[in-house]
Design a protein around this ligand. Sequence first.
Ligand code: MTE
Ligand code: HPA
Ligand code: MOS
Length: 757
Amino acid sequence: MKNIDTVGHVTGKSVYLDDIPTIAGTLHAAVVGSEFAHAKIINININEAAKIEGVVKIILHSDIPGENQIGGIIEDEMLLAEHEVHYQGQPIAVVVAESERIARRAAHMVKVTYEELAPVTNPREAKEKSLLLIPPRTFSMGNIDEAWRKCKHIVNGTVEIGGQEHLYIETQGAYAYPMEGGYIRVHSSTQGPTAVQKTISKVLGVPMHLIEVDVVRLGGGFGGKEDQASGFAAMAALATHITGKPVKLVLPRHDDMRITGKRHPYSADFKIGLSDDLKILAYEATLYQNGGAAADLSPAILERTLFHSTGSYFIPNTRVTAYSCKTNLPPNTAFRGFGGPQGMFVIESAIAKAAEHIGVDAIDIQKANLLKENDEFQYGQRAENVNAHKCIELASNKFNLVNLKKSIENYNKNNKYSKSGLAIMPLCFGISFTNTAMNQARALVHIYQDGSVSVSTGAIEMGQGVNTKLAQITALMLGISIQRVKVHSTNTTRVANTSPTAASTGADLNGHAVRIATSALKKRLISVAAQELGCSEDELNIENETITLNGKITHLSWQNLIKKAHLKRIALTENGHYATPIIYFDKTKEKGHPFAYHVYGTGIITVTVDCLRGTYCIDDVYIVHDFGNSINSIIDLGQVEGAVVQGIGWVTMEELAFDKKGKLLSNSLSTYKVPDIFFAPKTIECIALPTEGPNLAILRSKAIGEPPFMYGIAAFFAIQNAIKSFNPKHRFKFDSPLTPEKVLMQLYSKDETDITK
Ligand code: MTE
Ligand code: HPA
Ligand code: MOS
């Protein structure tokens, strides 16, 4: 089953926000952003800008009829700055004009006078100054202080992890237009239509039922539109509210890169202790999250970092403390993995450092500590249906790890200025929103009189193929052809109070809701069929658009059955509601059972480093992934390929550069490099671990969106290994992204300092 959007995408017929036909008289908006990362606003002069022909209105904070507040978790973020700005690009004004060009030109003419203040950009400095977004949190297990005494090897280290620009192809944007009686309809490029609706309602000071949010699809979100679409939608709706006209706001790429938050950079200290037989007995870490200027989703992201801070390993004694630090950068936000990758990067660094110190291969430590059935996670949940060992074993066999390692050794022996390296990344990722309440979804299913079916859910299609999966589930449940099923836009008037499509739960949560709605419909239809055919309900089924009696075709077709049901006045509409069972989490104890299940896998990455230039090439990526019983292996494989390349980009070439004053230097595609087809691995081979799949996954098909991102982390360690074989004096440095510049420095460094105890 191909993605139902494939043809539309390649023929350019798929509709994105910017393709929605605009109503005559539509105005266009542009954002005026702060020049400085930290400053007092002395004066805003709009006189020159307002004089430009075609400028309709310049909106300032004082024009906001409701609350000037867009903070989701913590109310600490203004829609438009009032007296102070806290990051470069922070919105100060919105210019509304007759054309996009005029709006943007006028935006440059708005003159803001500032008094510069000293910015803080480093999370450790922020922590020193007590600039924290929330109080620190600690996850722990066992008795760490005692455990150190039992360790044969103890190693300390420091880790720096860079952020990442989402670079969704479609930038942030929204189109708002007035209906009657103050009702506003908004098309928004958002992963969270309800968040958009709530934010607009708050900013305008109107009830949520006067705001309708509709989303056809996104040209990518990757987490960047879970929270941050709301502000831009609120600006468009505010402009509509004030002018009474339709208003469209689409960010130019430069503005999007400058204004919006990114993946969180983290800084970390670790200490790891092992026994003689390479068992990790103790692990302690302090993590400094660079949150940016407002909380946004940082508290939830910090929490997921803690959940994943021991990676795929069982460690009996742990203590991990995480600080969410407030800095003068754009508020950092959700990005594929949601803080998990950073937590995992730190433990993998600790393992690499321990391996270097002991003189063993990191793989031996990884293998010796992989989770086993019933092992306890730091957060209290016990590991069930653990596939960690199965994945690494299958990967070792299928991809002949012994041979791979041998051929790299040989290559390195025979080549002086070109070195190869290999690393493994075991994966264990928890599925569910860590905030239990968010794990709910609804679906509205109509069967029309002609037998066609309409499905609405809270799921947002952002390229991950959720609509195809929902159509498949509907067709499968009702026993009809997928051609009869239309998955509609995501709309807050059809499905309300939605959780964002995030945490890789889109297909699970909304799929279960569709399953519940369609099975109720099917039950009613079978009862009609039983009356028609004069037999009992349990002998009947719907298969291939026909009613079957004990598996044999009857004369009653799907279409006829629907006609009959309608004449009998049977409801052909159903609303399904799903809430993930079992899960809970007690934040006062930092213990619970937060995840419905975990996704496992093993990634192997090999690289070759040019030791004269510091450049490198990602050669091969081999993956064994635990898909469960995939309902769409083409889509799922696409998710693996996309995610792993995005993960590799994060730890290698994607470098966000800010100057000391907190100004983004890498603010365009000429300075911010992402993997392209030339950089992509020569091969990505992914095989599925044959498993049944867990009950709580929809049709036992495991969530796929984020987990494979983590495999990319192996690229970092593979390059470190290659550097080491060229420069034996090199001591592993955990400073991501590992750009060619850094590789070159490390190839020739004479640094033998080893921070061990
Ligand atoms: N795939 C594409 N093509 N585009 C995206 O924006 N977002 C990722 C992932 N895969 C994304 C994607 C992220 S961050 C998440 S959480 C999941 O898709 C969300 O969708 P799902 O819950 O339906 O898997
Ligand atoms: N993952 C992704 N997005 C989220 C989460 C999560 O766990 N919690 C809140 N938003
Ligand atoms: Mo994904 S970061 O949970 O949108």
